[in-house]
Ligand binder design. Structure first.
Ligand SMILES: Cc1cc2nc3c(=O)[nH]c(=O)nc-3n(C[C@H](O)[C@H](O)[C@H](O)COP(=O)(O)OP(=O)(O)OC[C@H]3O[C@@H](n4cnc5c(N)ncnc54)[C@H](O)[C@@H]3O)c2cc1C
Length: 473
């Protein structure tokens, strides 16, 4: 055992340092069951231990990759046999909830769903929700500035963070556990670490903003013939629902049809006929069952009367609602294509039809059989795109994410998807981050001064380049 590993074992206790097969018997990530690579997995119990670990690694010039729930989608959590993996799994305590101030203080390894449940028990709610809620950690959410299903109402993770505690590369603890809504005393340092994907510091604790609970939920799935109807309905709903619009998730035809193709295991019976080009799941949340429902039905009714919405189904039970959401959240079916390439882009909503037409044409020119799936958080200008060049291979793989990162086909597909975004002032990463996967395309979304400034921050805060080296910049 190397000198460093025994120092780390002294800090966290031997049972909390795993090496050899104890590392490789773990899957690489939620997306890839192949063996995890790393010199050791180290599991601290508190901030002091994180600080001591980083101090030791800094002195030894040892690289460190922090792991939360390993559900990330940009390969930010990728590790090599030379890296120490800092697992936040033991730092999962909810420290306190302040019902009056509407805040919760948590450790970074807390699972998102545990925070949501704790907030609910206190009669409040946490404003971020995503499909990985049962596995992802708040530290990972902060490090990736996760978005999800309610961004149009509450914003991304950044908007929920009041305070943060971070351990810097050299072990310095920067505690900024602010609980107040307003604090303009100088630079807001926490912002630097939110979305930094573990490259500038390790998040150990956070104070999150909570919101009043909105237990009365109204949901509908809608069908449209034209894209203009999709956007007009969004307009009608955001104005008509008095700020209660919580989600507006749009699915293009191919995505809807695959998720409702009952010949495939795990799909849902189609609530609406499969011939419409666009579908949307619409959800409002409020605090008064009767008046919320009346408002929802009246606004939806006027959209149907105006013929802006072609067809709609309003589920009458929680089971019906869950099955509608399954069509949107069950992306595993689309992801079982092999190979497939996954994208998370953003662009102005009115530029979407032209952008997608161009991309579709370029994909068909290259792969005439291609399957192209589009869905996402349209109200946030955020689309998820999945490209399967050989769609006949559906259901053939357990590896759910891009594992063809170095193939020529993947490179060409990246060009097709990313290049047009530069001119449209879009982004190559709406919410998943840059990690390793999108590093080569940064220049399409950030100018050279911005990238230079990022490098400067990295060099200043982590001069030995030990924190998640090679990611982002
Ligand atoms: C089914 C499913 C649905 C998803 N839906 C969405 C969605 O709607 N919106 C969205 O934004 N994402 C989504 N994701 C992606 C993913 O869940 C998010 O990126 C999430 O924030 C990652 O959290 P994690 O704990 O798994 O982080 P990890 O995957 O473990 O790590 C992600 C990055 O954060 C760093 N990191 C982790 N913890 C810390 C820490 N404590 N301090 C510093 N750095 C750290 C890692 O080094 C890595 O760079 C989805 C994933 C799945 C599986």
């Amino acid at each position: 055992m190397s000198q460093l590993i025994s120092s780390l074992a002294t800090i966290v206790g031997s049972p909390n340092v795993l090496t050899g097969e104890e590392v490789t018997r773990n899957p690489k990530s939620h997306w890839d069951p192949s063996p995890l690579q790393g010199m050791a997995i180290v599991k601290p119990e508190n901030t002091e231990e994180v600080s001591a670990i980083l101090k030791a690694c800094y002195a030894a010039g040892q690289s460190v990759v922090t792991h939360g729930g390993v559900t990330g989608l940009a390969d930010g959590d990728h590790s090599t046999p030379q890296d120490i993996i800092l697992s936040m799994v033991r730092m999962n305590r909810i420290e306190s909830i302040d019902k009056i101030g509407q805040t919760v203080s948590v450790e970074a390894g807390c699972i998102l769903a545990a925070i949501q449940n704790a907030a609910e028990k206190a009669g409040l709610q946490y404003g971020v929700d995503l499909g990985a809620r049962g596995s992802c950690t708040i530290g990972g959410n902060i490090a990736t500035n996760a978005g999800g299903l309610s961004v149009l109402r509450y914003g991304m993770t950044r908007e929920q963070i009041l305070g943060l505690e971070v351990v810097l590369a050299n072990g310095t603890v920067m505690s900024s556990m602010n609980e107040i809504l307003k604090n303009n005393a100088g630079y807001d340092l926490k912002q630097l670490f939110i979305g930094s994907e573990g490259t500038l510091g390790v998040v150990t604790k956070a104070v999150l903003r909570l919101r009043p609970s909105t237990p009365c939920i109204n949901t509908a799935i809608l069908a449209f013939q034209h894209f203009d109807q999709v956007t007009r309905t969004l307009e009608i709903m955001s104005h008509g629902l008095n700020g209660q619009l919580n989600a507006y998730e749009v699915m293009w035809n191919e995505f809807y049809c695959l998720g409702t193709n009952t010949n495939i295991e795990g799909t849902i019976r189609p609530p609406l006929p499969p011939h419409y080009p666009f579908y949307a799941i619409l959800e409002s949340q409020g605090g008064n069952e009767e008046s919320d429902r009346e408002l929802f039905e009246s606004v939806l009714g006027s959209a149907l009367e105006e013929r802006v919405v072609e067809d709609a189904v309003v589920p009458q039970s929680e089971r019906g609602r869950a099955s509608i959401w399954r069509i949107r959240e069950n992306v595993d079916i689309v992801l079982s294509h092999d190979p497939k390439y996954i994208y998370d882009v953003s662009l102005p909503i009115n530029a979407m039809p032209g952008y997608l037409d161009g991309v579709r044409k370029a994909l068909i020119d290259r792969w005439p059989e291609v399957a192209f799936y589009v869905y996402g958080h349209l109200a946030d200008g955020n689309l998820h795109l999945i490209v399967a060049p050989k769609p006949s291979n559906l259901g053939s793989t357990r590896i759910k994410k891009n594992r063809h990162a170095h193939t020529e086909d993947y490179r060409i597909c990246n060009e097709i998807i990313y290049q047009p975004l530069g001119k449209l002032h879009g982004s190559i990463s709406a919410e998943h981050g840059i990690g390793l996967e999108k590093k080569n395309y940064m220049a399409l979304s950030r100018n050279s001064q911005e990238v230079e400034m990022m490098r400067l921050f990295k060099q200043t805060l982590d001069p030995a380049n030990i924190l998640n080296p090679g990611k982002i910049v």
